[in-house]
Design a protein around this ligand. Structure first.
Ligand code: PGA
Length: 251
């Protein structure tokens, strides 16, 4: 059985004060979350605060990006070992906003996946098509290409150390959620693709859905066979909404 994971992606939101309030809310309500594993991915500069507040709780934390490199002359970058220093378990790699606004190629994303893995972090690899790509009917080709970059560099067995997140770009922050069937189709495609290399890895791989997941639609999405949790943006910024999604995984 795959344990569902609900991970918040705060993106570039919050302040020390608002994050303290959010985490207080999560800590006091997380007892109702019986099934899912819960994590939050914070802006780098708040990770020390997050660590202080979450240490000893059931809530894990992580970064939203990392460098492809281990250390050295890379001004402004954050290495995997630095995330480890602050107790991170997870790190998001290849979020569509990084791909779009920071020109991250599939190859760069694969190298980030490798850097995270080498340091013992759990990479959350994001894949997903744009609206234009969906309308062209190339959704599967796009997510396959994004997934294959990691399999090509690291081998399919490397996916046993990570989590996959299917995030249709047209559903992110737009209020337009993929239907459970649309999401399930892509999740099943991704799992089958991994299975063509390694059936056991595919069976154990958690594939999260991301894109306007809310308390009101989380249960029906997560009820699908191949949807093993969520990567949550907007709704992760309010304790009540995020906990609502986490408890939806209770079934
Ligand atoms: P959203 O973002 O929940 O606000 O759509 C999801 C994501 O970008 O990870």
């Amino acid at each position: 059985m795959r344990r569902p994971l609900v991970a918040g992606n705060w993106k570039m939101n919050g302040s020390r004060a608002s994050i303290k309030l959010l985490l207080d809310g999560l800590k006091s309500g997380v007892g109702t979350v019986k099934v899912a594993e819960v994590a939050v991915c914070a802006p780098f500069i708040y990770l020390p605060d997050v660590q202080t507040q979450l240490q000893g709780t059931v809530i894990a934390w992580g970064g939203q990006d990392l460098s492809t490199e281990a250390s050295g002359a890379y001004t402004g970058e954050i290495a995997a070992s630095m995330l480890n220093d602050f107790g991170c378990k997870y790190v998001i790699v290849g979020h569509s906003e990084r791909r779009a606004y920071h020109n991250e190629s599939d190859e760069t994303v694969a190298r980030k996946y490798a850097a995270a893995r080498a340091a013992g972090l759990v990479p959350i690899l994001c894949v997903g098509e744009t609206l234009d790509e969906r309308e062209q009917g190339i959704t599967e080709a796009v997510v396959a290409r994004q997934l294959d970059a990691v399999i090509g560099l690291e081998g399919a067995a490397a996916l046993a150390d990570g989590v996959l997140a299917y995030e249709p770009v047209w559903a992110i922050g737009t209020g337009k959620t993929a239907t459970p069937e649309q999401a399930q189709d892509v999740h099943a495609f991704l799992r089958a693709r991994v299975a063509s290399h390694d059936a056991a890895v595919a069976e154990g791989l958690r594939i999260l859905y991301g894109g306007s997941m809310k308390p009101g639609n989380a249960a029906e999405l997560m009820a699908k066979t191949d949807i093993d949790g969520g990567l949550i943006g907007g709704a992760a910024l309010k304790a009540e909404d995020f906990l609502g999604i986490c408890t939806a995984a209770n079934g």
